[in-house]
Write a protein that binds this ligand. Sequence first.
Ligand SMILES: [Mn+2]
Length: 298
Amino acid sequence: MFGRYLSRLRRGGKNGGLASGFQQERVTSAFEVVASLRTDPGCMRDVNEDSGCHVHPGDPHLLGERGILTVVADGMGGHAAGEVASRIAIETISRSYYYGSGEPSAALRRAFMEANRRICEVAAGADNLRGMGTTCTALALCGERAFIAHVGDSRLYLLRNGRLYLLTEDHSIVMEMVRRGTLSREEARHHADRNVITRALGTNSNVDIYMPASPLTVRIGDIFMLCSDGLHDLVEDRELEQILVMTSTPYEASERLIALARARGGYDNITIGVVKLRPVNRSATERAPVTRETEAVE
Ligand SMILES: [Mn+2]
């Protein structure tokens, strides 16, 4: 089955072949992937230390082997250093993932490890960057399989059949306390240390990367959402669910979510990636098998 390129509605790429802040559509016989990746500095900060990318290769071979990659990273460490760390993460990961060999899961793990090494190296080479690091959450959609890799407190959610599922666990001090039973989830939401993370890329030569043992099998209608804590700190899961259900496009969803986080103070940078698997023809293909994309024509 051949994918057919539809339209590129919005694009603000400033990252060579990678794009950030855009929406695009592509069609297979079974479903089309519609995505929106947006990052907003918020209301209080001059610098945006978040980075994000959505890569949908035009090369049919690359698309077949590696699929579509979405990454969100939230950098930290001194003035503007976080910006450097998160940018290195998304650039290194997208390059390494697409041009590395092996299965997607192995390639994604190696890409995270390479980003970790690279950030450590750059941090060691410049005084003003020492100690920088970044969270990183990635989703690779290869045909019907979704591969996930995650470090830190950015999140990946899945909306399926109108219900929202959190697919990642925050690597944070408060989540450790929740796990040990010393803090409730509601208390964690308001805890003073809720932004203190226990794992990051670039702060240690060894990093424990969370990856599920096997990929998730996607369904038509699934909506994935990746976000930095600038969103999930201010907007509760039930509200995320409501907005993802109510809105008709990823672009509209991310606009609404950013507006809501900003209306509530927007004290942190906000990055949102929404990736939707939409049936091409809802009545005819609702039960059609998911088809692997093998070619795209620009
Ligand atoms: Mn943040």
